[in-house]
Design a binder for this molecule. Structure first.
Ligand SMILES: [Zn+2]
Length: 445
């Protein structure tokens, strides 16, 4: 263990020295050929080093504690991180192939590491002061950018809601939010409803996937956060799921969050990576999860898409009815409620577009709040919470609605839209348990 660590440290020093000496007068010393496992260690350390400079960057880490302690002590600058990064990216091309790994999976591993290191470079440049446009940021950090949406794209959704909602004063968004108010889960019922929703999502997922023994989640309710829920993966198949109760929570949102944060969303994604790649193959790069990286596009896209597999329409309505009863709401309202909620899902890209216009300076804060209210159907309070999210996470928002669209298209293409449910789950399972990159999911790739 110690020998391995010393060997890696030596390799990194040599690599750094070589990178520095390229422009200097000293003769470059050729670096030793690194194995892919050593490159993976280098990548993990790069992420941990960036995490020392940006407290939001490392979303999860359950690799050797010593690596983190060393990076904490070393406190490398963004420039030092970038210099080593360039070396690691080059080393991927010359690393010896592991003949025990299927060639296709080996290629996925290489592309994943190259992609993730590319995002490390971009994040380090941002810490040095680079201020990219929204689209440049999403391409540099998440390996993809989202299509443009105009106001007219949301008109069909608003027209549908206009027909479905009870008549009343104000905009469609005002009427939508007034309508939803009556379905807010009472504060003392939020926890039992969330637990029941997560258990239902788990049961649905277990019909199609076998998950490792001992996988579980801890649930807690929190306040005053810029996000609505979060999965903090702890390693050893355990997630800590936090639900933010700042804004009213409805039954449909509880089901979405249960799938998104739990099953088959983030919890399952992390569990499968740990089981199949970390424990199954010893690939340490999956012990760390950098938030601002292409991995987030896969994570958020599969998490937002997963609810449609876990709960096809009939199952969703049945669960909504059950959770209405648990929340003390009238289950006779479920059919109309469900139709309204489904129509409103088309508002997803309006949040993305608000973020782009806000971050690129086309809308100021008040105009963004107004856009979010009008097209993303947000309440004023929810819109302000969103603004905080845009300030903190930048282009991260593309990973949700655009991620869901790309993942859905990918699953449709590879399983066929009319294939039985199990074959769609099979495609999702492969996405969740293999190293995947966003561009490679697009049809032309
Ligand atoms: Zn998420």
């Amino acid at each position: 263990m110690n020998h391995r660590l010393i060997a890696l440290t030596a390799a990194i020093c040599v690599a750094t020295l070589t990178a520095c000496s390229i422009s200097g007068p000293r003769k470059a010393i050729p670096p030793p050929q690194l194995s892919m496992d050593k490159i993976a260690e280098g990548y993990v350390r790069q992420v941990l080093a960036l995490g020392e400079l940006d407290p939001n960057y490392v979303d999860a880490y359950y690799g050797p504690a010593r690596w983190r302690e060393q990076e904490k002590l070393e406190k490398r600058s963004p420039l030092a991180i970038r210099n080593l990064n360039a070396r690691l990216v080059k080393d991927i091309e010359t690393a010896p192939v592991d003949p025990t790994v299927p060639p296709e999976l080996w290629e996925l591993r290489k592309r994943f590491l190259r992609n993730q290191l590319g995002a490390v470079e971009a994040r380090a440049r941002m810490l040095e002061g680079w201020q990219p446009s929204f689209d440049d940021e999403s391409l540099a950090l998440y390996d993809i950018s989202a299509p443009f949406y105009g106001r007219e794209d949301f008109k069909p959704m608003l027209d549908t809601l206009d027909r479905l909602l009870p008549p009343g004063d104000g905009s469609v968004s005002d009427r939508y939010n007034r309508y939803l108010q009556q379905f807010a889960i009472p504060a003392d019922r939020i926890e039992p409803v969330m637990r029941a929703a997560i258990e239902a999502a788990r049961a649905s997922t277990l019909k199609f996937f076998k998950l490792p023994e001992g996988e579980r989640f801890e649930l807690s309710l929190v306040r005053d956060k810029p996000w609505s829920a979060y999965n903090w993966y702890q390693g050893q198949y355990v997630s800590r799921i936090e639900i933010n109760t700042d804004q009213p929570l409805t039954v449909a949102r509880a089901i979405e969050l249960a799938s998104h944060e739990g099953y088959p969303g983030h919890h399952v994604y992390n569990v499968l990576l740990e089981d199949q790649l970390v424990n199954g193959r010893g690939w340490k790069e999956f012990t760390v999860y950098p938030l601002n990286s292409p991995q987030s596009f896969i994570a958020e896209g599969t998490a937002d898409f997963g609810v449609t597999l876990a709960f096809p329409a009939a199952e969703r309505v049945a669960l909504e009815r059950q959770l209405f009863e648990l929340a003390g709401l009238d289950p006779l309202e479920v059919d109309t409620y469900d139709a309204v909620i489904q129509a409103a899902t088309l508002a997803g890209p309006a949040t993305l577009e608000a973020a782009r216009r806000y971050r690129d300076g086309q809308l100021n804060a008040d105009e963004t709040v107004e856009w979010l209210q009008q097209y993303a159907l947000a309440t004023p309070e929810r819109a302000r919470q969103r603004l905080k999210f845009f300030d903190q996470y930048g282009a991260y928002i593309i990973n949700y609605s655009h991620g869901k669209t790309v993942i859905k298209d990918y699953v449709d293409r590879n399983a066929g839209p009319d294939e039985p449910l199990w074959s769609r789950w099979r495609v999702l399972f492969d996405l969740l348990s293999q190293p995947r990159t966003p561009q490679a999911l697009l049809p032309e790739s």
